[in-house]
Design a protein around this ligand. Structure first.
Ligand code: ATP
Ligand code: MG
Length: 157
């Protein structure tokens, strides 16, 4: 369900702004949620995940899971699964890889290239679309259900 009134558009003038948006979202995202990260190659999706994980206390390296499709991060009390489905050829690969088992109450799922898994992924609470604005970026954040709406209302505005 798309609630257009709950879309938020933000200008992200530089990489630091994308990291800061990730950090802001870290405060409202909770285990059990799924976030779709849309936008073309190099739009800043992984950068946003990096900002989010750092704000959640992860001090190590956050690398793009382009070849492995997923990178798990174990934090205190829950696990963040960061997916990059760019190299998936068929949405069925989501199930073949066993990713359905990652969808649990104690996991937070962040999915780059969700369109590659269309029809197989868990529904998203938030959809974040990143697009170019000159050399900078613009983010459009949409709450897709009540949980997503609460997240936007509490922390991102
Ligand atoms: N707001 C911004 N303004 C300018 N550059 C940015 C901004 N946010 C991120 N970048 C830069 O964009 C580049 C690509 O970022 P990133 O790897 O996060 O993209 P991506 O969307 O994950 O790409 P892919 O689809 O290939 O995984 C990085 O060099 C990053 O520093
Ligand atoms: Mg990426």
């Amino acid at each position: 369900m798309h609630i257009p009134d709950d879309s938020l558009i933000l200008n992200l003038p530089d990489e630091a702004a994308t990291l800061a948006l990730g950090a802001r979202l870290a405060h409202c995202l909770a285990p059990g949620m799924t976030v779709y990260l849309e936008g073309g190659l190099g739009a800043g999706k992984t950068t946003l995940v990096r900002g989010l994980l750092r704000a959640l206390g992860f001090a190590g390296r956050v690398k793009s899971p382009t070849y492995t499709l997923v990178e798990p991060y174990t934090l205190s009390g829950f696990i963040v699964y960061h997916y990059d489905l760019y190299r998936m050829h068929d949405p069925r690969e989501w199930e073949d890889a066993g990713f359905r088992d990652d969808v649990r109450d104690n996991t937070l799922r962040l999915v780059e290239w969700p369109e590659k898994g269309q029809g197989r992924l868990p529904p998203a609470d938030l959809r974040i679309s990143l697009e170019w604005a000159g050399d900078a970026r613009r983010a459009r954040i949409a709450a897709l259900n009540e949980k997503g709406k609460a997240c936007l209302d509490n922390s991102a505005r």
